[in-house]
Design a binder for this molecule. Sequence first.
Ligand code: TXA
Ligand code: MG
Length: 337
Amino acid sequence: MNTEILPYNLHNIKKAADILKNGGIVGMPTETVYGLAANALNEAAVCDIFKAKGRPQDNPLIVHISRIEMLNDLVTEIPDVARTLAAEFWPGPLTMIFPRSDRIPDVTSGGLDTVAIRMPASEAARALIDESGCPVAAPSANLSGSPSPTTAQHVFSDMNGRIPLIIDGGACSCGVESTVICFREGHIHILRPGSITAEMLSQYADVEIDKGVCAKPSDTEKVLSPGMKYKHYSPKANVLIVDEHGADFTEYCTSHAVGKTIALGIGVSTQGIFVDYGITPELQAQRLFSLLRESDEMGADTVFVEMPSTDGIGLAVYNRLLRAAGFEVVGNDKADR
Ligand code: TXA
Ligand code: MG
């Protein structure tokens, strides 16, 4: 199968929608990362998403909607706080988990009795959902385990030959996946941090951050979100988080370089092994996955990344980095921590 990349316009959205209506899969831009889209209610199409990504069957997909009325059919209960959050943050990078209705096939929700729903801010994504006339299941459009795609070209490099079409909506503005939350005893529980931050959510209810966000889950522990168990976002190179800043960071990277090394620093000047990955958490979020992919293209053996701040969207950057690094944090005074 040849994989076509076509720019976002109404004509190409109709073409993509026809593929979805016929049970196929397309690459879809969103404001967070690119998704691999199929009709969420079509079991066979959803199975094909799992095959194209090489994704474990027990890891459920997010169902994307374009209008709030679509929610009623897909879930059996909508807490008041969810209605408030939908009014405030949809369309946008917030995914909420609800008890699922029997319209959602088992395969879409990974066999769980809940379903994750989000209304993307991306105009292209909502046009595709509208045009195809169905809720759209879409995981990030990377091969399972590799960094999420933030451009159509990234999708092409993972999915070439596996899907017929990618709609090119340009580079994603957020660069990290949506915030995933569930509701527990009146609390908002953050399962995956993103651009809608704990601070923003705490205006509407008490917020709890799942301990799996910053810690390695043990093999025996039951996780609330299956995605937490799996290796994620990893380029081929060995990624290490360096808990040093300024001159200590550059000194650590220079003296510990192994093989071809790239060091992503915060506001460093880009020269030698050093590459600036952004002075603000927003820029770091936009660039992180792209830089991890570029490191692979450059044949890097080792990628050092300066420890980001965990404030605001920084928590999302840190959460993705911890997984990319297999939770390995290093620094001058500690051999391994
Ligand atoms: O920004 C995003 O959310 C992107 C774009 C394409 O919309 N999508 C995305 O999907 O990141 P994916 O499949 O790569 O990540 C979905 C995460 C997984 O960690 C999954 O385990 C979790 O959401 N999830 C999905 N349904 C769930 C459920 N019912 N309960 C708990 N976690 C769920
Ligand atoms: Mg993903």
